[in-house]
Write a protein that binds this ligand. Structure first.
Ligand SMILES: [Zn+2]
Length: 882
């Protein structure tokens, strides 16, 4: 029986821990099925809490083998131990030493939380509540302790033994085939940052000299034979370390920094102090195995986990409600890093596309929740786009409101004030308020109110008075548990663009300055009047996507065409084209559903043609301009009675029109972007490949000659980016070249599971009726395994999350297949099962046939016996909220 803590867990019920842990001495004797863990905890009553409180430690599926208090075996009546809790009702009055021995089975751990084995390597994942699967502990982030970890293992099974901190001792266990290593972490940390690794791993070593001149050893551990694919990760790590010194004055603090790549991992990567554990797909890269997108992800995630050393580890979260404190801030930091390393505007556009496709969709459905949730049943389900990506947008808005200097002052104060602490979002924001002598009370609504704010914009020009009047009105739609919302603080970067394409100077009627071109909307309705405007301007608003809101404005199609060509803000040049495309697609979806004829839009074609012809633009930017809004984004815009087939059809027709109308220019671009030199993953080279491959994909809509071109590119490609792009283009067409290439791809790469993931997801995303059967067959393929999260995400996620038409088949077979799969998966890995099920989150917005079938599948999952808490939570909220 689980002895459940009260659910849901509520922020308002937070209490400081009754007992603190000063030091943790762990002794872990690794064994495939019977690992012995001895933990000695130096505990003392929290002076801020009840003096007489019992000691209550968390566990999860633990077997206690021995318990000593201050050196003596405890009487069995003096404590209660269940698999999920250890309670000592009458502890001593002061500091005591608790010695706990548990037995764990790493081989049987298919949840991949706590201590488990991945391809023979022992590793741990403790965020958020995995440490309690290793030993009994107050497993909450506000209990920060210093750890010493001794690991012992058979030399043949685990030649490498790693934990957090610095290595202080190692040697053989005399008279046995075993050896040991002792690691000491001088920094206080919460249990979720604990890590341990043991295995026969190869290592790539490098070094970094910090800004104060300390030499840090850098090591990346991988399975033997994969060392030659670590170069990019190591290079990214060194650049991250330098950047954090230069951009934020943050220096690394231990003598060694280690990364371990493992094959079985629930998330992307984990920032354990000094010992990051990574999903191997975010470490390993070579030109013939990784695409440009893979290279960019590796660079960003290596940076992200490294940056956590300050934002997350040195200053951690008081409780899991504050998850965005470390994640939103660290995503913001890794986005800034990428912007500085690559192209700022391209990065911004890419991030906003991602935000709209995932976070805006989440915010519009039953799983919507605030950036800082106020209650949870299962915290694993809150590692969401809202916490991460919207959390980063909120930090970005602080910068927009306070300016770069004011923002830096606030962040410096945060590091100075809270280093070594477990902090809250309130404390974080207060640092910005204090450092800038400003009031951010209303701004805090960004953390507590869910939903995407909608801003209605109406601009009018009065030639007589030479004034431009901007009327703004905001509203935040209702979300589960939050029917009524307060007005938010919304920083809107604006420009008034003159007929010469230049920005006019902005002066407000009442003489207030427009600092850095940012207007702050904080009332339900506000009017700004600009004076001295000598000609009718074109409004460019929410430049750089300064606020994560939806804008509905009276900017005309003519004006969008103008902005697409002239806006000094690159983001809004892209946004102008998207706005034209979105308007056209929405209209055409309606026309297709009414058996009418889709329209063509000369303005859009002209804007795309101009972008293709403009050689001053970065190729990566042009590639994004040529990429039409995603099906998921259009579905969210439509909002109700959604027909995914009509959306796909409208989008295909538009792409076909572009391919036909711009054929010669696309062909010329395809040719011009070729590069016969050796592959380089740098941003400029990647941008040229992106534009080349977007051109190919649009050309293929127009017929056979481009299909042949794609087949040729597939077979002649000298890098994975070009090969994969060609295969992806071919996969959309039922031509003989398609299956030939798919079969060839498997023959080439069957030995590399990470590449085979691409093969699985590509087939799952084919938008045609045979795909579901194809996926069914692939679940029986030897390359697929329900035990490996990467394989599941590739194949099942490829269908459920990437294939709008085939997951949402009108006959409901897509829903039934995914329901069957998650029910089977739930018995092995509840976290991944719950994650897959979020694919249903937009079910209420579907047209009635699909809506009924999606609901039936959800209800079938809900009615199954013995659901995990993870899956139960997602299914219930999907059915309830809304
Ligand atoms: Zn993170």
């Amino acid at each position: 029986m689980r002895t459940e803590q009260a659910r849901p867990v509520r922020l308002e019920n937070y209490r400081p821990p009754d007992w603190l842990v000063e030091t943790v001495e762990l002794d872990v004797s690794l064994h495939p099925s019977q690992t012995k863990v001895r933990a000695i905890l130096k505990m003392s009553p929290n002076p801020k809490a009840d003096a007489l409180a019992p000691i209550v430690l968390d566990g999860d599926g633990l077997t206690l083998t021995s318990l000593k208090l201050d050196g003596s075996e405890m009487h069995p009546e003096a404590y209660v131990a269940t698999p999920d809790r250890l309670t000592i009702a009458q502890p001593p009055a002061g500091t005591c030493y608790l010695q706990i021995e548990t037995l764990v089975d790493p081989s049987a751990n298919s949840q991949l939380m706590g201590l488990y084995r991945s391809c023979g390597t022992y590793c741990t994942q403790c965020e958020s509540e995995g440490f309690r699967r290793i030993t009994y502990f107050p497993d909450r982030p506000d209990v920060m302790a210093s750890y010493t970890t001794r690991i012992e293992a058979d030399k043949s099974e685990a030649a490498v033994l790693l934990s957090n901190g610095n290595l202080v001792d190692a040697g053989d266990v005399s008279g046995t085939t075993r050896h040991f290593a002792v690691w000491q972490d001088p920094f206080l940390k919460p249990s979720y940052l604990f890590a341990l690794v043991g295995g026969n791993l190869a290592c790539v070593e490098d070094a970094f000299v910090t800004m104060s001149g300390r030499k840090v050893t850098l090591r990346i551990y991988v399975e033997p034979g994969k060392e030659d694919r670590c170069g990019w990760a190591m290079d990214s790590l060194k650049r991250s370390m330098r950047w954090d010194e230069e951009a934020f004055g943050r220096e690394y603090d231990l003598d060694i920094f280690m990364i371990v790549a493992v094959s079985d991992f629930n998330m992307g990567a984990m920032e354990n102090k000094g010992l990051n554990v990574f999903n191997d797909k975010l470490v390993l890269a070579s030109p013939d195995s990784a695409t440009d997108t893979d290279y960019a992800s590796i660079e960003a995630v290596i940076a992200h986990e490294y940056f956590h050393n300050w934002t997350g580890n040195r200053i951690t979260c008081r409780d899991w409600f504050q998850l965005c404190l470390k994640e939103g801030l660290t995503v913001f930091r890794d986005q800034e890093f990428t912007s500085d390393q690559r192209s700022r505007s391209v990065k911004r556009i890419t991030d906003v596309r991602g935000l709209r496709a995932s976070q805006f969709v989440e915010d519009a459905g039953p799983l919507a929740h605030p950036v800082r949730p106020s209650a949870y049943n299962e915290i694993s389900n809150f590692y969401t786009a809202t916490v991460y990506e919207k959390g980063a947008e909120v930090v970005r808005m602080l910068k927009a409101l306070l300016g770069p200097g004011g923002f830096r002052k606030g962040l410096d104060l945060y590091f100075e004030r809270h280093d070594g602490e477990a902090a809250t979002v309130d404390q974080f924001v207060k640092c910005f308020a204090d450092a800038n002598s400003t009031d951010l009370t209303q701004f805090m609504l960004w953390y507590s109110q869910a939903g995407t704010p909608e801003v209605a914009v109406n601009g009018t020009y009065d030639e007589k008075t030479q004034t431009y009047r901007l009327e703004l009105a905001q509203a935040v739609p209702p979300t589960p548990g939050q029917p009524v919302k307060e007005p938010m603080v919304i920083p809107l970067a604006v420009g008034l663009v003159g007929s010469d394409g230049r920005d006019m100077s902005l002066s407000l009627e009442d003489g207030r300055p427009v600092v850095r071109g940012v207007l702050t909307l904080s009332q339900p309705k506000q009017t700004f009047e600009f004076t001295g405007v000598q000609q009718r301007p074109v409004l460019s608003i929410n430049r750089g996507f300064s606020a994560p809101v939806k804008i509905a404005s009276n900017v005309s199609a003519e004006d969008y065409k103008f902005l697409a060509a002239h806006d000094s803000d690159q983001f809004n040049r892209w946004e102008a084209v998207q706005s034209l495309a979105k308007a056209l697609l929405m209209e055409n979806v309606a026309a297709i559903r009414a058996s009418g004829t889709p329209r063509e839009d000369e303005g859009l074609i002209a804007a795309l043609s101009a972008a293709l012809a403009d050689t001053t633009l970065e190729p990566a930017f042009v590639a994004l301009v040529l990429t039409m809004p995603s099906e998921a984004d259009l579905a969210r815009e439509i909002g109700r009675d959604v027909d995914p087939d009509a959306i796909a059809s409208a989008r295909d027709k538009l792409r076909g029109t572009i391919g036909k109308r711009l054929g010669p220019a696309l062909r010329e671009t395809y040719r011009a972007m070729q590069n016969d030199g050796p592959y380089s993953p740098d941003a400029a080279s990647a941008g040229r490949r992106a534009l080349k491959n977007v051109s190919l994909d649009l050309l293929a809509t127009a017929g056979a000659s481009a299909i042949a071109l794609a087949a040729r590119q597939y077979h002649q490609a000298t890098n994975m980016t070009d090969r994969m792009a060609a295969l992806s283009t071919l996969s959309s067409y039922a031509v003989p070249e398609r299956q030939a290439a798919i079969d060839d791809f498997y023959r080439r790469y069957s030995g590399n599971p990470l590449i085979i993931d691409k093969w699985l997801s590509l087939q799952a995303a084919i938008p045609e009726a045979g795909t579901l059967e194809r996926v069914r067959v692939l679940t029986k393929h030897p390359a697929f395994s329900l035990s490996n999260p990467n394989r599941v995400r590739a194949l099942i996620g490829g269908l459920a999350q990437m294939n709008q038409t085939q997951f949402n088949r009108p006959d409901g077979a897509g829903y039934e297949f995914v329901a069957d799969t998650v029910l089977e998966l739930d018995t092995k890995n509840p976290q991944v099962a719950a994650r897959m099920t979020t694919a249903f989150r937009s079910w209420r917005s579907l047209e009635s046939v699909r809506r009924t079938r999606a609901e039936a599948a959800l209800r079938r999952i809900a009615g199954a016996p013995n659901l995990s808490r993870d899956l139960r939570d997602i299914v219930d909220r999907s059915l309830d909220g809304g």
